[in-house]
Every structure is written in C-alpha cells, then in structure tokens.
Unconditional design. Structure first.
Length: 79
C-alpha cells in the first residue's frame, strides 16, 4: 500500500477522538468520519489536499489540534 504511514493514521484518529465535535474529511465526493480508523486507512493516500469539516461545541480546539497533527505528518489540509 503506497498510502499514508500507519502512525499518521493512528495519530489523526486519536486526535479526533479527543473531541466531541463531528470531524469529517472530504475527498472529492466522499466524506469520511475521521474518528473511524478503518475509514481513514482506506481514504488517506498521501500527497493530496485534504479538507476537514469540524462542527460542535469544541470545534475551535479541534480545528487547532487537527491542523497541527496533519502538519506534523507533512499532510496538506484545509480546516
């Protein structure tokens, strides 16, 4: 599999699960719940632009944390 390293997938998933907000990654026409490790593992293929939609009571904190974890793994993301 030429996709994203497992460590990045796990860390993104664990970061998302710290928040109550809904966190969805959009790729083309698909929307995947970032809190689903299986959904993430088949969706994140590296070297592309990801878009996150975050909604909920702790969305400001979630946006900051998600942006940081994507940057840590050199992934391009719009939050």
């Amino acid at each position: 599999m030429g996709g994203m390293p497992t460590k990045a997938i796990v860390e993104i998933n664990q970061t998302a699960n710290r928040f109550q907000s809904s966190i969805v990654i959009k790729i083309g026409e698909r929307a995947i719940d970032v809190k689903s490790i299986l959904g993430l593992s088949i969706t994140l293929l590296g070297n592309q632009q990801y878009e996150l939609e975050i909604h909920g009571q702790d969305d400001a904190e979630a946006k900051q944390a998600m942006a940081e974890v994507f940057q840590k793994h050199d992934l391009s993301v719009i939050v």
